[in-house]
Design a protein around this ligand. Sequence first.
Ligand SMILES: [Cu+2]
Length: 250
Amino acid sequence: MISWLLPQASTFASTIDGLVLLIAVIVGFWLIVAEVVLFGFIFKFRARDGIRGQYVSGEDKSQKQWVSYPHYAVVVFDIIIIAAALRVWNEVKVEVPPADEQIRIIAQQWSWTFVHAGPDGKLDTRDDIRTVDDMYVQRDRVYTFELHARDVVHSFSVPAFRLKQDAVPGRAIRGWFKPTLEGTFDIQCAEMCGMGHGLMAGRVHIGSAAQYAAWMTNLTKIGAAGTAMAPTLMADVAAHDHAGTAGGTR
Ligand SMILES: [Cu+2]
């Protein structure tokens, strides 16, 4: 249902949507039941001609049941929600699949730097490719990331992936995602991080193997040529440029 509003572009997006929907259905159903009972009783026990409104202290056992049975129900449904949430936590945070590729993500006021491993597939080597605000990935590959913050706390948020992770100065926080849809999706900073917080937007570009190879070749050429930019990337950067935060490499 949430996917009508926001595409599910990672393997765990539907799992997280399922949990949100489960909680909404459980809480929504009992909200309606509780309100119907509340307003039903207000109407039923109202003061009428010849009948005074009652002050009910709730001390009789039969009256207390109206409190204790809902309490038991709350505990049972809490256990159901916790069990479902633990399953999701396990899938997203614990059972990390083997990585096909690694990306380093660096947050700073107010941009994102992405370090792609380059052709050798290893970070911290000469062929690493750096991009600013634009992250390039290939569909159906598992990416593990290492998230850093240079200055203050930021939060790496990719709504289409249903991924949100705080970036904390001094820590390298690890996570993963596997893109499942081709296209361009928003990256946001989801932690108030200063004056330019609202401008700290990026994009994730998900492509086929051929597209991804073409992007990497272009980016490598840009890196080799210094400040020159490939035409396709120039168009991309021009379309998305904001607040003086340049795309491309650095
Ligand atoms: Cu930020």
